[in-house]
Design a protein around this ligand. Structure first.
Ligand code: NDP
Length: 303
């Protein structure tokens, strides 16, 4: 299909990481006209070559002329830092365009970014995603958005390119708050499944039998149905979602709970456990590898 000025949506994608890269691929065809920028230039070059996308020299260059700029970075602080300087996003974003932040970020930082952009007539939507790398590859992510209804409506064609369930859940920051709590639930499920299965392994219970029973009973979760069989029992631990990022999300959820003055002993404890596990296992470990800490403490392997 030939691109025409009339129906083209110019999009810049910033951050071709584990999930950003498969998300960006959906924007590499009409009606979208895609520019990409990545901190490590080689990744952007490879992406540009494989997907016929323009490789921008700087974040400002990527943003210039774009209707939408999408960021997908580890933290809100990385997004905030990328706004700055003569090569930063602010130098390229034009009035009337929208910054869509798909980072799993912090509500408060996003509100500050949105206020700053608004002074220049630039709109902001926080739009973190769930569904993992495989969901991104299939264009089947869930996208949870925070921002004005009108901004959300305008961004829908872009969000639907990689999202199957695209939901506006409140004002700026609401998407990031919801994402952090969702991932806190994942973190707690994962830790509790690890503890429970470590106990059973030590008690001599067959782990396949245990998972079969739990997954036919009330203790089941996505963790016991998918994550543990696919990553823990097999010891495969593919590094698609880093423990560092889940620990960050748990920390955000615990902070939101404190800000809202909601007693949240479980969330506070989980945040601390994941902080310790991240320190112990390092920056590259997959999130499911957190069970290795539990296994070490228990002196048993869940396999
Ligand atoms: P990765 O660590 O795989 O990739 C991070 C990306 O951000 C890379 O492109 C990296 O560039 C870039 N980056 C890192 N730091 C900076 C910086 N200071 N300035 C500019 N660019 C930077 O992360 P993911 O892709 O896994 O995750 C991205 C976001 O999506 C996170 O907020 C995460 O929590 C969230 N998320 C991830 C999911 C997953 O399954 N992976 C699922 C749902 C949400 P470089 O190539 O140079 O390292």
């Amino acid at each position: 299909m030939e691109r025409t000025e009339k129906n083209t949506i110019a999009v810049a994608f910033i951050g071709l990481g584990a999930i950003g890269e498969p998300m960006a691929k959906h924007l590499a065809e009409p009606p979208f006209q895609l520019a990409v920028w990545n901190r490590t230039r080689e990744k952007a070059d490879a992406f540009g070559k494989a997907n016929d996308a323009r490789v921008a020299a700087t974040p400002a260059d990527a943003a210039r002329g774009s209707d939408f700029v999408i960021t997908c970075l580890p933290t809100s602080y990385d997004v905030e830092a990328l706004l700055e300087g003569s090569e930063g996003l602010l130098a390229g974003l034009r009035s009337g365009s929208t910054l869509v932040d798909c980072t799993s970020g912090e509500p408060g930082v996003s509100r500050a970014i949105a206020a700053r952009l608004a002074e220049r007539g630039i709109r902001f939507l926080d739009a973190p995603v769930s569904g993992g790398v495989s969901g991104a590859e299939r264009g089947a992510l869930t996208v949870m958005c925070g921002g004005a209804e009108e901004v959300f409506e305008q961004a829908l064609p872009v969000l639907r390119s990689f999202g199957e369930k695209v939901v506006r859940c409140g004002p700026v920051g609401a998407g990031h708050a919801l994402k952090s709590v969702n991932n806190m639930l994942l973190a707690i499920n994962l830790w509790s499944a690890g503890e429970g299965l470590a106990v059973l392994a030590k008690a001599g219970v067959d782990i396949d039998a245990a998972l079969g029973v739990i997954n036919a009973s009330s203790g089941r979760s996505n963790v016991t149905e998918t994550l543990v069989p696919e990553r823990v029992v097999t010891r495969a631990f593919p590094r698609t979602f880093r423990l560092a990022l889940l620990a960050k999300d748990a920390g955000i959820a615990a902070a939101v709970a404190r800000e809202q003055k909601v007693p949240s002993p479980l969330m506070q404890l989980a945040s601390e456990l994941y902080r310790v596990a991240h320190t112990e296992l390092g920056d590259l470990a997959d999130h499911a590898e957190v069970v290795k800490v539990i296994e070490k403490w228990a002196g048993v392997e869940i396999s």
